[in-house]
Design a protein around this ligand. Structure first.
Ligand code: URA
Length: 234
């Protein structure tokens, strides 16, 4: 397998410019296999290479696929207006390598958010043709009624949509609903609940495809690497 010089590997992983990465190595801050690497030009097979920088372990990956348990009060936009960006919850290296959220959650929505630096993956996951089911738990302001369930299942008309939008719904208790959407229209859950005469007080995304937040055991605000294969629906 083709080898790459360590400075290029560090740069590809988001440790900074080539010059900065060469300096890190010259300063003795990079270890491979527990040994300080002496030369910036030492070459390694990149994929899967385990190394440390400033003592912090890292595994070289061509692309990263990340699941974040998003807390409230963070924006998914790159240029957030009122709240810090979700990217500030991730290591700085991911911002250097242009990791981006896959779709968006509102600033007050919590739960499972995917991020990646793989453009093809982001595009495929966000494509409306793909129909990836997304499971939310919505807390409603007013009690859940049979009429609310009926309207959501049969379709509610949002003012800028050509046709009524439907959702699969299941009542959890007096004020909570499980809602499965396959589209990702702007504020879709909140607007559907409002159009059906209720109001969404809180919203949490629980699953995307076959990937469930509870199985990842992530505390709010923390993240982990995932394998995109985990998203496949069983
Ligand atoms: N629907 C909403 O209304 N908000 C979200 O953040 C996600 C889905």
């Amino acid at each position: 397998m083709k080898k790459l010089s360590l400075d290029k590997i560090l740069q590809s992983q988001g440790f900074g410019t080539r010059k900065w990465c060469r300096q890190l190595i010259a300063d003795g801050e990079v270890c491979v296999g527990g040994k300080v690497v002496e030369s910036q030009d030492s070459a390694f097979v990149a994929e899967g290479l385990e190394f440390t920088v400033h003592g912090e372990p890292w595994i070289c990956r061509a692309h990263v696929y990340i699941a974040l348990n998003k807390p409230p009060g963070y924006e998914c936009s790159r240029r957030p207006a009122h709240h810090p960006p979700v990217l500030t919850l991730l290591p700085e290296q991911f911002r250097w390598r242009d990791v981006q959220p896959v779709g968006r959650l509102d600033h007050d929505t919590t739960g499972l958010l995917l991020l990646s630096d793989d453009g093809a993956f982001i595009h495929a996951q966000s494509s409306p043709k793909r129909h990836v089911p997304k499971l939310y738990v919505a807390t409603t302001h007013d009690p859940v009624t049979p009429e609310l369930l009926r309207q959501l299942q049969e379709g509610v008309q949002l003012h800028d949509e050509p046709a009524p939008l439907t959702a699969q719904v299941r009542q959890i208790d007096s004020h909570r609903l499980e809602i499965i959407l396959e589209q990702g229209k702007y504020h879709q859950v909140k607007r559907m609940l409002a159009a059906a005469g209720n109001h969404c007080d809180a919203l949490c995304r629980i699953a995307i495809g076959g990937l469930r937040l509870d199985a990842l055991e992530l505390a709010e605000g923390t993240w982990c690497h995932i394998d995109p294969a985990q998203l496949a629906t069983p």
